[in-house]
Design a binder for this molecule. Structure first.
Ligand SMILES: *Cc1c(COP(=O)(O)O)cnc(C)c1O
Length: 367
């Protein structure tokens, strides 16, 4: 039989996304309206009203191509992060940024370093360019930055660091990240993926975008999919020095961020109330979920994101079994067996009543 494509493409295991509500309703014969989805770290408040209004206005111009250079969105981001606009690369979600980085900086036969239990897209982006993955064992479910620095070999061109990490929720402080950046050879690009940055409590916040001035090999990646509530629109961005940004923009598809997404992102960026409401709900939901886990005697990884990784049993069938039982009760969470965590589930933090529905279903399942 003819085999198409390179071996390294055939070896890729497809990404497993959270199940859509409509699919679960069909599969389990449930009413869509009663289903609770806490599976993809989406914002439980949905799209900000400010973004809806901006999109309604932008919709009149949908007959035209979007601004390939994203002038207005980049101007807004440049102001927010105090960097020149030509230090910014726009992405079709930050997944796109991760892919662009792999394509711009790594070729077949070279290597990429990332942590065990880190974001699944790092493996996909690495395999997609035929590079070798150097997966560094995690410590307490988080990145071991010393070991990651030590793992960089002569072939390494790129390192992915997720902070906070998904699916484990672990966080690395500013000092440790800077110490790491000081150790990485100057010809190796570091992508610091901060998809959950906006959820950090003020005492943990640091302005990584400003480090880009000091580190010519640093790429800071952010997204509008999580705290800004725009996951379905697909907008992310990277901040890096012009030499790096220029290469990323050569790989980037010219119209990768559509016009509705550009308009919505500008509005969301300036919607401080929406972010504050989301952060407040997230902190309360974290307490609600972890109190229930404590009550049930379940181990969880302390999380700095909008989700919690919880161990639902001590056999390797536990995650899949509990997940199925929850689905039958109309609660969608994320099994993480594909991450090598078959005893665990990842629960996105929802609205209080959504968290309560999940806790209720979990208690029934474990009883
Ligand atoms: C959700 C997530 C992303 C962002 O995905 P988008 O493509 O921006 O929707 C990036 N990195 C991590 C670690 C994530 O969890």
């Amino acid at each position: 039989m003819t085999q198409f494509g390179p071996e390294y493409v055939r070896a890729i295991a497809p990404y497993q996304a959270g199940k859509p509500i409509a699919e679960v309703a069909r599969e389990f014969g449930l009413d869509e309206a009663t289903i609770v989805k806490l599976a993809s770290n989406e914002n439980p408040f949905g799209v900000p009203e400010s973004s809806k209004a901006a999109m309604a206005k932008a919709a009149a111009e949908l007959g035209r191509y979007p601004d390939a250079n994203g002038f207005e969105l980049k101007a807004a981001l440049a102001e927010r992060y105090d960097v020149p606009a030509d230090w910014i690369t726009l992405g079709n979600g930050s997944n796109d940024i991760l892919e662009i980085a792999a394509h711009a900086f790594v070729q077949k036969g070279e290597a990429v370093v990332y942590s065990q239990y880190s974001f699944a897209v790092y493996a996909l982006a690495t395999q997609g360019v035929g590079a070798r993955a150097i997966v560094v064992p995690a410590v307490k479910y988080g990145h071991d930055l010393d070991a990651m620095a030590a793992a960089i070999d002569a072939d390494t061109r790129l390192v992915f660091v997720a902070n906070p990490n998904n699916p484990t929720g672990t966080f690395i402080g500013a000092q440790e990240i800077e110490a790491f950046l000081n150790k990485v050879p100057s010809n190796v690009i570091v992508v610091l993926d901060e998809a959950y940055n906006e959820y950090l409590a003020p005492e943990y916040q640091f302005e990584s975008a400003s480090w880009v001035r000091k580190y010519p090999n640093l790429v800071v990646s952010r997204t509008f999919s999580k705290a800004y509530g725009l996951a379905g629109l697909r907008v992310g961005f990277a901040i890096a020095q012009p030499a790096v940004t220029d290469l990323m923009n050569r790989i980037r598809q010219p119209f990768n961020v559509n016009s509705l997404a550009q308009a919505a992102a500008i509005a969301a960026l300036n919607d401080k109330e929406f972010l504050a409401k989301g952060a407040e709900n997230n902190a309360a939901g974290y307490k609600q979920l972890t109190a229930a886990f404590d009550e049930l005697g379940l181990e969880y990884v302390p999380s700095f994101g909008n989700f919690v990784l919880v161990r639902v049993g001590d056999d390797d069938g536990a995650g899949a079994r509990v997940n199925l039982a929850l689905l039958k009760q109309g609660v969608i969470v994320r099994p993480v067996g594909a991450y090598g965590l078959p005893q665990w589930l990842r629960i996105s933090i929802g609205l209080p009543q959504e968290n309560a529905a999940f806790i209720d279903a979990l208690k029934k399942t474990l009883a």
